[in-house]
Write a protein that binds this ligand. Structure first.
Ligand SMILES: CC(C)(COP(=O)(O)OP(=O)(O)OC[C@H]1O[C@@H](n2cnc3c(N)ncnc32)[C@H](O)[C@@H]1OP(=O)(O)O)[C@@H](O)C(=O)NCCC(=O)NCCS
Length: 190
């Protein structure tokens, strides 16, 4: 079983285990914004109730060690600006993230992904860290590239983004893998 820290720090961010009381901040930061939820893989009706249900699932996942999500807070003022999640599947960790639109293009998602990769790198059981993004989501692809991941190819008709439509879309697959000839999945990036 892979365990995760409840809090991680980066130069500008605090990543911490969410609490149910974060629902209002998540709602106002991004969950009610269709431009942000467009490329999420869970359906969003933009309601506070839905955010609460999401947090209930997220906290249950922490208990079963099946997925770990962290709220992203600015160290400067404590504002909640997004969320990042690591889903654990044996030796693989799949990551996903979201940032409120007011904070896009400041490098925050990249900073959080790097922190997650540093954590997974310290877990000897993890051999593959990976993420997918829709081919028409260039900002997300760029985050994964800046974090040092390698684009493996296109997974055709891979994922449904229910806030766009019900049709599976082509996605890029990105990964960092633990190489037998190097100590680290991540050493080139930090
Ligand atoms: C994807 C997302 C998390 C990026 O967060 P962010 O904090 O803005 O990311 P960063 O600032 O670290 O990096 C964004 C990069 O994408 C680039 N970018 C943004 N929009 C772009 C576009 N339309 N085309 C090409 N590049 C774009 C930025 O210029 C930046 O690259 P740069 O540093 O080389 O200039 C954010 O846009 C988001 O939450 N989107 C909605 C949810 C989502 O798509 N989540 C990912 C699901 S796979």
């Amino acid at each position: 079983m892979i365990t995760a820290p409840e809090q991680m720090m980066t130069s500008r961010l605090i990543l911490r285990k969410p609490v149910r009381g974060d629902a209002g901040d998540i709602f106002s930061s991004y969950a009610q914004d269709p431009e942000v939820t467009r490329f999420l893989m869970q359906r969003s009706d933009g309601s506070l109730r839905e955010v609460e249900q999401f947090l209930d699932r997220t906290l249950a996942n922490w208990e079963t060690a099946s997925a770990y999500a962290w709220a992203m807070l600015l160290r400067a003022n404590g504002a909640l600006i997004g969320m990042i999640e690591a889903r654990v599947d044996a030796y693989m960790v799949n990551i996903s993230y979201v940032i409120g639109r007011a904070h896009w293009n400041n490098g925050f998602a990249t900073e959080a992904v790097r922190a997650l990769c540093a954590w997974t790198d310290a877990q000897p059981e993890v051999f593959r860290v990976w993420a997918v993004c829709a081919v028409d989501n260039p900002a997300s692809a760029r985050v994964l590239e800046k974090a040092g991941m390698t684009r493996e190819g296109i997974l055709r008709r891979w994922a449904v983004f229910p806030n766009i439509d019900g049709t599976p879309r082509d996605c890029y697959s990105y990964s960092l893998v633990r190489n037998s000839s190097t100590r680290s999945v991540h050493q080139a990036v930090l």
